[in-house]
Write a protein that binds this ligand. Structure first.
Ligand code: GLY
Ligand code: MN
Ligand code: MN
Length: 346
């Protein structure tokens, strides 16, 4: 059994097991990224998959016994197991019906227990996230070189995707956002055929996946010229972002870090135009714990990887978001987003 699984099963009784079905937790615990599920009991780690993936699973899932689902799950499950801890936020009603049976208790808590492990990244996870961030930043630099009047959002997003895959990423970590001109007031705008115009702000939010780990970063740049209002909004977002980055410390409450950025934006008169949380954890998923939001009860700790991404969005006009990815490390977070935040006018 590998170290992560050992830590997970440490508190289980002899007749209890984790039944893991979400792709992200299957990958996190086993290294296997095909279709399958895990059974983790105090003394056994079983990966159940089908014919298509058996060989790959045997190669990847160190410390696991690989079983073919064709045998039938109840032939594989050890007879002495009476409780399955499931991922209550992931399991579907159909799965619940399928895997429920007399004498077997399906208990909540699997997702929470695995989530607690995933919250703090091991050094090898930070390395992969760092590499994903570096690949994405280099691709962004290439895309910046193409940004000019007449080029479409779609062309720029496609170029980013091409560049990250060419550099070894398995893909993008979410649909790339290239939001130009009035589209930039929509925090998660879909890429369109709109072409860049003089005076546009262009918000590009991008990331890629390297060896299963995601990156996430945003920059807003201007095309040709900027108005006074654009500059004022940009400077406000930047001020909020820098202050929040400074507040990312081990032991800081996530809600307090969110408030640092929100207060600056509110004091500048744009409080209503910053309607999303300040940031989120990043790992095998693009959005994971902890959440840097006003409602969060979480506290930051060393090894957590989070984004810091305040924004101001003025409907029908323009928007600005600046996002860095950082690793919590004592008093000063390590910033993985190595790209200027000075306002670039291209
Ligand atoms: N890329 C989505 C986000 O920044 O949360
Ligand atoms: Mn992002
Ligand atoms: Mn983000």
């Amino acid at each position: 059994m590998n170290g992560r699984c050992e830590r997970l099963v440490r508190t289980l009784r002899e007749d209890e097991a984790y039944f893991v079905t979400s792709p992200e937790n299957v990958f996190y615990l086993s290294g296997f990224s095909g279709e399958g599920m895990l059974l983790l009991a105090p003394d056994c780690a079983v990966l159940i998959t089908d014919f298509r993936y058996i060989e790959d699973a045997q190669n990847r899932a160190e410390g696991f016994t690989v079983e073919d689902i064709a045998r039938g799950i109840w032939q594989i499950v050890l007879e002495n197991i009476h409780t399955f801890y499931i991922e209550e936020e992931h399991m579907t009603v159909a799965q619940l019906r399928k895997y429920g049976r007399p004498g077997l208790r399906l208990a909540d808590g699997g997702g929470k227990a695995i989530g607690a492990l995933r919250l703090v990244k091991e050094p090898e996870e930070v390395e992969k996230i760092t590499k994903a961030a570096d690949i994405a930043t280099a691709a962004f630099e290439r895309v910046l070189g193409l940004m000019k009047v007449g080029v479409s959002e779609r062309e720029l997003a496609l170029e980013f995707e091409y560049q990250v895959k060419k550099a070894g990423a398995s893909g993008v970590s979410f649909d790339t956002i290239v939001a130009s001109g009035p589209n930039s007031s929509m925090p998660h705008a879909s890429v369109s055929d709109r072409t860049l115009q003089d005076g546009d702000f262009v918000t590009m939010d991008f990331g890629c996946i390297y060896k299963g780990y995601c990156s996430d970063m945003t920059r807003t740049v201007a095309i040709g010229s900027v108005s006074e209002e654009q500059r004022r909004v940009y400077d406000t977002v930047l001020k909020a972002q820098l202050a929040a980055l400074d507040a990312v410390k081990s032991g800081a409450s996530c809600a307090a870090v969110d408030a640092v950025a929100r207060d600056i934006i509110t004091d500048a008169g744009y409080g209503d135009a910053f309607g999303h949380a300040l940031g989120h954890g990043v790992g095998v998923q693009i959005h994971e714990e902890p959440r840097l939001s006003a409602r969060s009860a979480q506290t930051l700790g060393d090894g957590m990887v989070v984004t810091v991404e305040p924004g101001i969005y003025l409907a029908g006009k323009f928007g600005v978001r600046i996002e860095d990815l950082v690793v919590v490390n004592g008093e000063k977070a390590v910033n993985l987003s190595h790209f200027t935040k000075e306002l670039l006018i291209l």
